[in-house]
Design a protein around this ligand. Structure first.
Ligand code: CMC
Length: 391
């Protein structure tokens, strides 16, 4: 078919050059700007890692303090934007509400959106600061509960947890174990090179669309169950197994029978073929956190049994299917008190610095061109119009 190569799903086509994230899928290596994910998960914080992903270097103490302050003073939403939440039905899924909120942010942007460096910085702070506020408001809206204004005296994670779980009538008690666990989970999600949502952000941005609109498109891409939506799908799969009493062996058999259309959610990855380094870190945290919280370990035991069964089954080993980052995260989010429809929203907050970094990298790269894949046409090449009374 002429000069085009068919590569369905972009399995082997690089669309850009990027200096943000390095992955070696066979060796299970993930590094942001050269720093191993294991070291960042152990020593860094989400805001420090965000700075690294966005600007390429770990910040000095002064740089981090300035970055943190810039973000903490931008959490408030315009009151009119806040009104938007009332228009959504109760029980709306928080992902489309978040996408709508981010699209709406661009209409409130001051100064108006442009590619100028100073404006780009403003947009970066606003997105980093206001996406958690939008996320918490979307959550409160889905429950029909009153929203809480952000508290800029709190840390990034503490403020988000308070906006999510606090109520106006009493002080919110901060649980340091939960704060650190969420911090680590967000670090693990901060970037993952050209995944579906990041490629979407780049694709939309390549037309010259502004950062807010590009990021909102990323939220839509992330919501799907094959991508970020997998964390919700995993917990629903585990709950269904628990509630119906279906055994691990029967479920695995169903997955292997392709006709069933059932997948083992949270398993498999386009790039990682031996293990997902993020999943290993999440699994350790899940074990530590859930064992401390009786009542939450039943689903963990089920997940561990599923992993065990898959590891010793040819179907999974031959196809190199291992737990991915989404397999154990939902269990931790649930233990924190989040309902399953919020899990992908939490992934979104984590992935935000990556999306912004890619959008900025692309917009500064003189080699950038509008994204425009080719196709292999399989339809009728030409035929003549027939009037309807002759068809
Ligand atoms: N359960 C059962 N079979 C699977 C699974 C699974 N989870 N994943 C892949 N396979 C099979 C697939 O049917 C195919 O079999 P065959 O060769 O017989 O046709 C083979 O493994 C290769 O899979 P693929 O679909 O060609 O692989 P892909 O690289 O196109 O898809 C994936 C990657 C992540 C979309 C896929 O593994 C999947 O659907 N996993 C479940 C959803 C999930 O957990 N997604 C989260 C991904 S990681 C974080 C993120 O991106 O958000």
């Amino acid at each position: 078919t002429g000069d085009v190569t068919l590569d369905v799903g972009f399995g082997n086509t690089a669309a850009c050059r990027s200096a943000i994230t390095y992955i070696d899928g066979d060796a299970g290596i993930l590094r942001y700007r050269g720093y191993p994910i294991e070291q960042l998960a152990e020593h860094s914080t989400f805001l420090e890692t965000s700075y690294l992903v966005l600007y390429g270097e770990l910040p000095t103490a002064a740089q981090l303090a300035e970055f943190t302050e810039r973000i903490s003073t931008h959490h408030l939403l315009d009151e009119r934007l806040k009104e938007m939440f009332r228009l959504f039905p109760r029980r709306s899924h928080p992902m489309p509400v978040l996408a709508a909120g981010i699209n709406a942010l661009s209409t409130f942007a001051m100064p108006p959106v442009s590619l100028e460096e100073k404006t780009l910085e403003q947009q970066t702070y606003r997105l980093m600061a206001q996406v958690p506020t939008l996320a918490a408001y979307g959550y409160k809206n889905s429950l029909g509960l009153p929203t809480l204004y952000p508290d800029e005296s709190l840390g990034y994670i503490e403020n988000f947890l308070r906006m999510s779980f606090g109520v106006p009538s009493r002080p919110y008690e901060i649980d340091d174990t939960i704060v650190r666990a969420l911090d680590v989970l967000l670090i693990l999600h901060a970037d993952h090179e050209q995944n579906c949502s990041t490629s979407t952000v780049r694709m939309v941005g390549s037309s010259g669309a502004n950062l807010y609109l590009s990021v909102a498109a990323g939220v839509s891409a992330l919501s799907g169950p094959l991508h970020g939506g997998a964390n919700q799908a995993v917990i629903e799969m585990l709950q269904q197994m628990r509630d119906t009493g279906e055994s691990v062996a029967t479920f695995v058999q169903k997955v292997k029978d392709k006709k069933s259309g059932v997948k083992l959610m949270g398993f498999g990855h386009r790039i990682y073929k031996n293990f997902d380094p993020r999943a290993q870190i999440v699994k350790r945290h899940a074990d530590a956190i859930l064992r401390e919280r009786p009542g939450h370990d039943e689903l963990l035991d089920l997940a561990l049994a599923l992993e065990e069964a898959a590891r010793s089954d040819d179907y999974f080993t031959e196809r190199k299917l291992y737990p991915n980052v989404d397999f154990y995260t939902g269990l931790i989010y649930q233990a924190m008190g989040f309902p399953s429809n919020m899990f992908t929203v939490l992934f979104t907050i984590g992935r935000l610095p990556g999306w912004i970094a890619h959008w900025r990298e692309q917009s500064l790269d003189p080699a950038t061109k509008i994204g425009r894949p080719r196709q292999v046409y399989t339809g009728v090449v030409q035929r003549d119009y027939v009037p309807s009374d002759q068809r």
